[in-house]
Design a binder for this molecule. Structure first.
Ligand code: SF4
Length: 487
């Protein structure tokens, strides 16, 4: 899920997470479990969240801007969401676009009754579809691409709700994992490429759908299986039914889920994220070893790869940078005069582990390079004699159009500079990235250059697995964004 029509610039140096979705059917405390599940998925979106429940007669909704604990921590809020079925959404959005009308799940009253939908991913033809729908008379309440799906459901001529949803999903391109709740039950699905994750779980008689297995663990649910790419599962009082309404396509799961997005304690697509990240670190050590005294992660996302690097290289692992976990992801520096302190709000050098040492600094990626530069300066100021940066992914040379908030391509450091130039800009003694084949080896594939790659890796290769209809339009994406905002 992303917005159409904010026109806002990318506001940070890290790739931003996407969204987390959760659904439960057949539990007397559905909303409370949804809140817990979303809490476990908080890393996928920290700006806003919502839950819609159904009690057999009425739908109930609570949506707000903020963190899950703040929004759903009060009993009175959960008591206002009765029912045996609920879906929830944890949302990431760029600053300013978190207005309440964009917070999911989106609920609509259709001819067949109510339905609420929550979506993770990004549609690559949302602007084209939205323009068509507006011309046909649709009135949009939000600027999210998810609302395009809602309007497509409304316009389907089919009688059956699931058939209407499938009709709508046939029209959209891009990456989507979604969940929906309606009077008869819940449904969940993944796009035919399976770019975004969605797992199925069981808690006693209840069925659960969630972005990651960590959301099953928190409520004591058992992991059943991944929802397969192109699969729609419908869960009602008769149990679970699976549909495969789309033509099969080669699967292209987002490889960056393994590098950065997913929580390390999650299993995605049959693989433990923590183990993959350690293997990534080991590959990195094999590909670009350097004489050094310590391996230091940029916390938290660089930690498992740094452990893998240290184990493979035989160098000691040290927590040379300490992260302050009490700084919200949305922390906004109150004035320009302290803005330059930015990175120190989150990270501080642990001088005892760095002074007089040759340091291998392990991070997951470099986007614009500004945070890396500050961290390297911090490590040098703490007395490191050499700083060698090792990145647990290939250079990020392309923007993501599948639900991850990356800056436009011209702002990506690796799109404009060679590795040597980047090393000079960041101020390190040496810089090396994991190769694309090394990344594939770490996730268990021998090479990237199969006839069709096994993953989406477009931010490293530019090989986008779907059409980018919105970008292929006569106007550039951002100009079209403004036109749509005006429409
Ligand atoms: Fe994932 Fe990169 Fe593909 Fe986006 S472009 S879906 S971040 S691999």
């Amino acid at each position: 899920m992303t917005e159409i029509g904010t026109g806002l610039p990318f506001d940070g140096d890290k790739l931003k997470e996407e969204c987390g979705i959760f659904a439960i059917h057949g539990h007397a405390e559905a909303a409370a479990h949804a809140a817990l599940g979303l809490h476990a998925l908080q890393h996928r979106g920290q700006e806003a969240a919502g839950i819609v429940s159904f009690d057999g007669e009425h739908f109930h909704s609570h949506r707000a801007v903020g963190l899950i604990g703040d929004i759903f921590g009060r009993k009175s809020v959960i008591d206002g969401l009765p029912g045996h079925a609920a879906i929830g959404h944890a949302r990431y959005a760029t600053t300013g676009a978190s207005m309440l009308r964009n917070v999911q799940p989106l609920f609509a009253d259709f001819a067949f009754g109510g339905l609420a939908v929550a979506h993770n991913g990004n549609l690559t033809n949302a602007m084209v579809l939205r323009r068509r729908l507006v011309e046909e008379g649709c009135l949009f309440q939000s600027t999210t691409d998810t609302e395009v799906i809602v309007h497509l459901i409304a316009r389907s001529r089919r009688q059956n709700i699931v058939a209407r949803v499938v009709d709508a999903l046939r029209e959209i391109d891009g990456a989507w994992s979604l969940v929906a709740v309606f009077a008869d039950g819940i449904l969940g699905g993944r796009d035919p490429l399976g770019v975004r994750p969605l797992v199925l779980g069981r808690l006693d008689e209840a069925w659960i759908l969630a972005s990651e297995t960590c959301a099953l663990d928190i409520i004591g649910a058992e992991f059943v299986r991944d929802v397969e790419p192109g699969e729609i599962v419908i869960i009602d009082r008769n149990g679970l039914k699976s549909l495969r309404p789309f033509a099969p396509r080669p699967h292209r799961f987002c490889i960056f889920e393994y590098v950065y997005f997913a929580r390390p304690d999650s299993m995605v697509e049959g693989r433990g994220v923590y183990e993959v990240r350690k293997r990534i670190g080991a590959e990195l050590a094999r590909e670009s070893a350097v004489p050094a005294d310590v391996v230091v992660p940029v916390p938290d996302s660089g930690v498992p790869a740094a452990i893998g690097y240290a184990q493979e290289s035989g160098l000691p692992f040290e927590l040379g940078i300490i992260r302050n976990h009490y700084v919200g992801r949305t922390f906004i520096e109150p004035s320009d005069s302290i803005r330059h302190l930015g990175v120190k709000l989150k990270h501080n050098a642990n001088r005892a582990s760095l002074a007089g040492k040759r340091v291998v600094l392990v991070d997951d990626s470099i986007v614009r390079g500004t945070t890396s530069t500050k961290i390297v300066n911090m490590v040098r100021a703490a007395g490191a004699t050499e700083v060698h940066m090792r990145i647990a992914s290939p250079p990020t040379t392309h923007s993501c159009f599948y639900g991850v908030d990356t800056p436009e391509r011209s702002k990506l450091l690796a799109a404009r500079h060679t590795v040597e130039e980047m090393a000079g800009i960041i101020g390190v003694d040496s810089l090396a990235f994991l190769s694309i084949d090394g990344l594939y080896r770490a996730v268990g594939e021998a090479r990237r250059d199969h006839a069709v790659p096994q993953y989406c890796d477009a931010c490293f290769t530019g090989d986008y697995p779907t059409r980018l209809a919105d970008l292929e339009g006569e106007l550039g994406g951002r100009q079209m964004t403004f036109l749509l905002e005006d429409a």
